[in-house]
Design a protein around this ligand. Structure first.
Ligand code: NAD
Length: 334
């Protein structure tokens, strides 16, 4: 395993991080014994960064991860979140944030979170987050319940605005540095570097759009994006390659990103994603896949409050659960 320093936290974190949302059956029920084996295999392979949230499986992912990490907690950097509890249930109030951390500590069977992140800040009012809620996290830090403070979200512009005005240790965005979208590099990395903020890249497989089996029905990306990914997967298969492998290699090649979080609940995925650090697929296949995806590069969807959308964001393509205005709240999103 290869490690990087996570910005000013000084934590030495594995470049491949364990995204625990699938442990909460967020994308369908899992074999829990296999999930437990995946967690142990990850630690044996040197993965020391674990990301979870109360939202994942509506507390199930934290409960399972706490159980699976029993006896090995001290070996890992444990990151969880506050503020998001269901698809449309957000509560960033000081009272709920405090309570949420206490509840996470019980579920995770630990006395502190290494990183406590505000979950999906685009759903909150930015001034209030900066003036009222981030200070609550710092008070929890003084009390020893959290070691470092971070923010997460999808639109990179609002994350950047928060980094410019507030004092946080880490920033996590998802689907924003991969074969389809590299805005994290352009928008977030420069300011994060200037301010010593650790950068975490979630969803290098673009929430499964960049896998050989393709995007799930609930995927929020527009149809033309999902279709282009399916064509890329076919091209890879015809050439004896794998889109998932190419996507992992692409994301991990960026050495300015400290940790890349991929969702895992299977041993074979742990093995494949660790192997991606060393693998070098056919560069001409990568070039052809990049060219094929070029027409749908950096297509972003609306997420959160309208004022927090990235420029040019398009409505989500979600099935079923969208609100009347067709904005966030639709579909399922980790
Ligand atoms: P992802 O792009 O990492 O895709 C993960 C899914 O792809 C898994 O559920 C698994 O089914 C499959 N997979 C994993 N490895 C594979 C492989 N080698 N080959 C083929 N398929 C593979 O998306 P994700 O799970 O949404 O994101 C990863 C993690 O990042 C999450 O678990 C979460 O911890 C974090 N995250 C955080 C936020 C946030 O804070 N707002 C948002 C998204 C993701």
């Amino acid at each position: 395993m290869d490690y990087r320093i996570l910005g000013r936290t000084g934590l030495n974190v594995s470049r491949v991080g364990f995204g625990a949302s699938p442990l909460g059956a967020e994308f369908g029920e899992i074999d829990t014994r296999e999930g437990e084996r995946a967690v142990h295999r990850a630690i044996d392979e040197g993965i020391n960064y674990f990301d979870v949230a109360p939202y994942y499986g509506r507390t199930l992912a934290e409960t399972r991860l706490g159980r699976f990490l029993f006896g090995r907690r001290a070996k890992v950097v444990l990151a969880s979140k506050v503020g998001r509890y269901d698809i449309t249930d957000f509560d960033f109030s000081a009272r709920r944030v405090r309570l949420s951390v206490e509840e996470s500590l019980v579920r995770l069977k630990t006395d502190h979170l290494d990183i406590c992140q505000l979950h999906d800040v685009e759903h909150a009012e930015t001034d209030r987050l900066i003036e009222e809620i981030i200070p609550v996290l710092y008070r929890l830090r003084e009390e020893g319940k959290v070691r470092f403070v971070g923010i997460t979200g999808y639109p990179v512009a609002v994350l950047r605005r928060i980094l410019e005005r507030a004092d946080v240790d880490t920033v996590l965005s998802y689907c924003r540095y991969d074969l389809l979208d590299t805005s994290l590099q352009e928008v977030l990395l420069p300011v994060a570097r200037d301010r010593g903020v650790g950068v975490i890249n979630g969803s290098p497989l673009h929430m499964r759009a960049l896998t050989d089996t393709g995007a799930p029905d609930w995927h929020p990306a527009p149809r033309r994006v999902v279709d282009a990914c399916a064509r890329a997967a076919r091209l890879c298969a015809e050439e004896g390659g794998s889109l998932s492998e190419l996507a992992m290699e692409f994301a991990l090649a960026n050495r300015d990103i400290s940790v890349t979080l991929v969702g895992m609940s299977k041993v074979r995925h742990v093995e494949a994603n660790v192997a991606a650090l060393e693998r070098h697929s056919d560069p001409s296949l990568l070039e052809r896949v990049v060219a094929l995806l070029e027409p749908v590069r950096n297509v972003v969807w609306m997420e959160g409050r309208p004022e927090n959308d990235d420029p040019g964001a398009v409505p989500k393509r979600t099935l079923g659960l969208e609100r009347n205005d067709g904005r966030s709240g639709g579909g399922r999103q980790p």
